[in-house]
Write a protein that binds this ligand. Structure first.
Ligand code: BTN
Length: 243
């Protein structure tokens, strides 16, 4: 496996995408950085990470056999991979907040940013960016974030954790290829934050409302039962789960 280790870079996702433009990289090429100076988060947000304390890496996934219509399968597989790698460390209270935040005791400890590149020949390359707050101790006062070290009261080896995530990724990709999609989706649903629980949501306009998460559809939309009795589906940029 090709692992490119960097001291400092803007974003491992951007670095890997730029490499891809010029080189024929092998599947599962990994770029990992000690320090990201312009880390990217979901919805155009910034991903801040204390230098050297945390894991920030990107993985190239080239052989996504499943096609564009099942592209959310990759998101499910990656979320479960990070979730399980953290669970194996003995950390409890874990959940997956749609679409792919990893929470421990309702605080965000991991984030995922998948960027897909569709080549002119129809091939889909995915750059899977993973950030895990491993050994950082201090977060801003109002922050909804925490780290594995804060949860467990001890530090963890970042390299061992990254290898564990990569092992999980291989396991879930193989399972998907071998036809176990249904079971994998079930596992994703079982671990979803606030599923079947009355919850508060926010629209991009700032409007807030209550509802109950029923499901995540195959296309990755969040299916919410509203107080009116209607069911609505939201794409990722259309709604935020507040609590
Ligand atoms: C999110 O939860 O908003 C997604 C965060 C993704 C962060 C990772 S860190 C490695 C990779 N490089 C980036 O610039 N972002 C992802």
């Amino acid at each position: 496996m090709n692992i490119i280790k960097l001291d400092a870079i803007g974003s491992t996702n951007v670095y890997l995408k730029n490499l891809l433009a010029n080189l024929n990289l092998e599947n599962f090429t990994v770029v990992v950085a000690e320090n990201q100076t312009a880390g990217k988060g979901q919805r155009g947000a910034v991903w801040n990470s204390e230098p050297s304390s945390n894991l920030t890496f990107s993985v190239l996934v080239k052989d996504l056999l499943l096609g564009i219509e099942s592209i959310y399968d990759l998101n499910v597989a990656v979320s479960l991979s990070v979730f399980n790698a953290i669970k194996i460390l003995g950390i409890g209270g874990l959940s997956i907040k749609w679409p792919n935040d990893i929470l421990a005791d309702n605080k965000k400890v991991g984030g995922i940013l998948i960027e897909n590149i569709i080549k002119s020949n129809g091939e889909i390359f995915s750059v899977v960016g993973i950030g895990i707050n491993v050994n950082q101790k201090i977060f801003g006062d109002l922050s909804q974030a925490s780290s594995l070290a804060n949860m467990a009261g001890k530090d963890f080896d970042k390299e061992i954790l990254m290898n564990s995530v990569l092992k999980q990724l291989r396991y879930y990709f193989n399972s998907l290829r071998n036809g176990h999609k249904k079971a994998i989706w079930q596992e994703y649903h079982n671990n979803l934050y606030r599923i079947s629980t009355p919850s508060a949501f926010e629209l991009p306009s700032g409007e807030r409302f209550m509802g109950i998460i029923q499901n995540v559809s195959q296309q990755g939309t969040l299916v919410v039962l509203l107080e009116s009795g209607n069911t609505v589906e939201y794409y990722i940029k259309e709604v935020k789960i507040l609590y």
